[in-house]
Design a protein around this ligand. Structure first.
Ligand code: HPA
Ligand code: ZN
Length: 326
C-alpha cells in the first residue's frame, strides 16, 4: 500500500532489540558447525518449526538455548553485523541494542568476548553505513539482584561504551522492585535506565519501574492501558514506550494484530514507538512490524510519521543529534 511505502521510506530508530534475538536459524546452524556445538535440530527448517510460543517463558527457553552457539568474539561480531546490515534496508538510521551478558557469562563466555564483538560491529556500521548505535546491558530478572551487581562490576572497563542498563527475561514473579539497589548504582554511574514492564506483568510493575527504578524509558508497557491514572501519568511525563507488535502477537500478549493497542496508545497521547524485540523468533524486522500494524489497524499518515519521530525523540541521542534526524 501507499501508506506502507511511506512507512518503509521514513528514517527510523530501533529502541527495543535484543541482539541475541536476531540470531537467524541459518547463522545459528553455521555457528554450531564452526564451534562444534550440538543443536537439538537437524535442519534450518526444524529450527523454524520449533518457534511456536504461547507465552514469554516458552520463548525464553528456546531463546537461551539458541544463544549457546555464540562462543567467540567473531560470533558476536557476525551476529551484530547481520542485524545492522538487515535493518539498514528498512531505513533504520539509529539503534539502541540490548544484550544479555548473563546469558553468556553463565555459559563460560567472558563478558569481554560478547561486548567486544558487538562494539567492533558498531564501529564498522558507523564507518560503512553512517549508522549510529548505542548499547544497553540487560539484567536477567529471574536471577538474584546480587548477580546483576556482579554483572555491573564486570562491565566497569567498558562503561564509557555502555549507554544504559535494562531489565528483561521472565517478568511475572520478578517485579522491578527486586532490582531497586542495582538500578540506583547504575544511575550513580551515569547510565540510562530502562526496564521491560507491563508485557505480561500488571500495571503495578510499571509503577515500580517508574517509582523505584526511575526509568528513562519503558519497554513494552502494554498493560499500562488497564490503569487510567497510569496512562495519564505516562502522557504527562512524556514517557517513551518501546512497543513490539509482532512480538506481542507471537507471545500472545494480543490475540491478533487487529486488537493491537498501538493506535489507541497514539490516540491517548502516549509516546509509542515500533520495534522488533527478537526479530528472528517473532517473524520480522522493523518494516515488517510496520506492515503488520498498517494492514491490521486504521492508521493515518500522521500516525506513521509520529511513530517514526517518537523513535528519535525517545532515543538516548543528544538533542543536537535528534534535531539532525527529525
Ligand atoms: N521480554 C522479556 N525478556 C526478553 C524478551 C522479551 O520480550 N526478549 C528477550 N528477552
Ligand atoms: Zn524485549
Amino acid at each position: 500500500t501507499e501508506l506502507m511505502a511511506y512507512a518503509a521510506a521514513l528514517p527510523k530508530a530501533e529502541l527495543h532489540l535484543h541482539i541475541e534475538g536476531s540470531l537467524e536459524p541459518e547463522l545459528m546452524f553455521k555457528l554450531a558447525q564452526r564451534n562444534k556445538i550440538e543443536l537439538p535440530y537437524k535442519s534450518v527448517e526444524e529450527i523454524r518449526s520449533a518457534y511456536q510460543f504461547s507465552n514469554l517463558q516458552d520463548f525464553l527457553d528456546i531463546y537461551y538455548q539458541g544463544m549457546s552457539v555464540l562462543q567467540t568474539e567473531e560470533d558476536f561480531f557476525d551476529l551484530t553485523m547481520a542485524y545492522l546490515n538487515r535493518v539498514r534496508a528498512d531505513n533504520v538510521r539509529h539503534v539502541e541494542i540490548f544484550f544479555d551478558p548473563q546469558g553468556h557469562t553463565a555459559r563460560g563466555v567472558p563478558f569481554g568476548t560478547a561486548i567486544g564483538g558487538i562494539l567492533t560491529a558498531f564501529s564498522l556500521a558507523k564507518i560503512q553505513f553512517g549508522m549510529t548505535t548505542k548499547l544497553i546491558m540487560c539484567f536477567l530478572r529471574h536471577l538474584p539482584e546480587e548477580d546483576a551487581f556482579d554483572t555491573l562490576k564486570q562491565a566497569e572497563p567498558w562503561l564509557d561504551q555502555i549507554s544504559g542498563v535494562g531489565l528483561d527475561s521472565s517478568e511475572v514473579g520478578h517485579p522491578p522492585s527486586k532490582f531497586e539497589r542495582v538500578f540506583a548504582r547504575a544511575k550513580e554511574l551515569g547510565l540510562k535506565l530502562v526496564a521491560h514492564a507491563g508485557e505480561e506483568g500488571p500495571p503495578e510493575y510499571v509503577y515500580e519501574a517508574l517509582d523505584q527504578l526511575t526509568i528513562d524509558r519503558l519497554d513494552h508497557g502494554n498493560r499500562s492501558l488497564e490503569d487510567q491514572a497510569l496512562i495519564e501519568r505516562l502522557v504527562r511525563e512524556e514517557m517513551t514506550l518501546t512497543v513490539c507488535p509482532l512480538s506481542n502477537l507471537k507471545l500472545c500478549v494480543v490475540d491478533d494484530l487487529t486488537s493491537h493497542p498501538i493506535k489507541r496508545m497514539l490516540d491517548l497521547g502516549l509516546r509509542a514507538t515500533i520495534n522488533s524485540d527478537d526479530p528472528s523468533y517473532f517473524g520480522g524486522y522493523m518494516n515488517e512490524n510496520f506492515k503488520g500494524i498498517i494492514d491490521a489497524l486504521d492508521l493515518s499518515k500522521d500516525d506513521v510519521r509520529t511513530l517514526c519521530e517518537n523513535s528519535f525523540r525517545g532515543s538516548f541521542l543528544s538533542d543536537g543529534e535528534k534535531r539532525a534526524q527529525l
